[in-house]
Design a protein around this ligand. Structure first.
Ligand code: NAP
Length: 335
């Protein structure tokens, strides 16, 4: 059975996912799409033999669309995800699930009322081979109980429109999900330390930031977010357990020894770093739509991450340790 997909939002990541569904995933086809920029939607649709529709709700309601991909601007996500749930259609929503935690909660409630999981959120790091191997080691017990985790998220540079809150909401958000997933527990408090700022970028931006988290069982996590590090895109993660340490591998590249130097390359942006993860994310999502199952990041994960993101932003502004106030996880989501 071919899964017929409708895409809402044909900007940068929307086009990337349309190419992925068309060229990488078997058993799926993009049949309809819409974008605020109708010309862009028409152009992208023509490239894959799909139809450009007037708006996102037309995509959801299209009888030929089996499942929906939401890749529009963040503040529009909740409306389209709720629309897909009302239509009883599986929906893949790029992060964030919604820009407000209360909207995430409305989605969680709508999905429970529907009675079956329909929503997957685009936290693609869960499909990265390195993170998956790391989770296996942690769960096997090989390094004993996790005690401490060290994370790094560095970008070469960001545009001037980037402000301090975005270090949490747009950048650290991937770690907020992956930390919970790797450790299999929730984060209960957040704090943000502001080191000396880099002089290489804008006055308005606190960069770097050092975020500190504590999990329910007492694991301490530090995350350095440094978005103008100049040298490249660099993601690091190390979990320290009672009897060993597990570390995320760097992307595969050759080491060159020459003229008394040893060097390897550093990636310059996130796309090649997580390209394989994005591919697998869609392969598994399409398979789950076909099978009527749901295993990927859930609406609850989208809600928990939104709350955590708000908490960490509050910690950035207040300078205090801030407790995370999550609702109790319903049994529907494995609570
Ligand atoms: P983008 O290039 O700006 O694309 C968004 C597209 O959605 C634009 O074409 C925009 O049209 C359109 N749009 C806005 N409101 C709409 C609406 N109500 N109905 C239909 N289309 C609408 O942004 P992007 O970089 O692709 O990001 C899209 C989403 O993906 C964001 O939520 C972002 O956080 C997420 N994302 C996730 C990852 C990841 O690592 N998982 C990476 C990149 C992006 P206009 O340009 O005319 O406004």
């Amino acid at each position: 059975m071919t899964v017929h997909i409708g895409v809402i939002g044909t900007g940068m990541i929307g086009q990337d996912h349309i190419r992925r569904i068309t060229d990488v995933v078997t058993g799926a086809e993009v049949v309809a799409m819409a974008d605020l920029d109708a010309d862009r939607a028409r152009q992208v649709a023509a490239g894959v033999g799909a139809r450009a529709l007037a708006n996102g709700h037309d995509v959801i309601d299209d009888p030929l669309v089996d499942a929906v991909v939401v890749t529009s601007w963040g503040p529009t996500h909740a409306e389209y995800v709720l629309g897909a749930i009302a239509a009883g259609k599986p929906v893949f929503c790029e992060k964030p699930l919604a820009t407000k935690a209360e909207d995430c909660l409305r989605i969680v409630e709508a999905e429970q009322a529907f009675g079956r999981r329909l929503v997957q959120v685009g936290f693609m790091r869960r499909y990265d081979a390195g993170y998956r191997a790391m989770k296996q080691v942690i769960e096997s017990g090989e390094i004993g109980a996790p005690l401490v985790m060290h994370c790094v998220h560095r970008n070469a540079t960001v545009p001037e429109t980037y402000h301090s809150d975005m270090a949490v909401q747009d950048t650290a958000v991937h770690e907020l999900d992956i930390i919970r997933w790797l450790l299999g527990e929730d984060i209960v408090s957040a704090q943000v330390i502001k080191p000396r700022r880099t002089s290489r970028r804008f006055e308005h931006l606190q960069d770097p930031q050092l975020m500190l988290f504590e999990t329910a069982s007492g694991v301490r996590v530090d995350l350095e977010v440094f978005v103008n590090c100049r040298y490249g895109y660099d993601i690091q993660c190390e979990t320290v357990g009672e009897t060993g340490v597990v570390r995320l591998p760097d992307p595969a590249d050759v080491w060159v020894r020459t003229a008394s130097h040893l060097r390897t390359n550093v990636l310059q942006d996130w796309k090649p770093r997580f390209a394989a993860a994005f591919d697998l994310e869609f392969v598994e999502w399409v398979a789950s739509v076909r099978d009527g199952t749901a295993a990927g990041p859930s609406a609850w994960d989208g809600y928990a991450t939104a709350v955590l993101s708000d908490t960490t932003t509050e910690a950035l502004h207040s300078g205090r340790v801030v407790s995370v106030r999550l609702k109790d996880r319903p049994a529907f989501y494995g609570g």
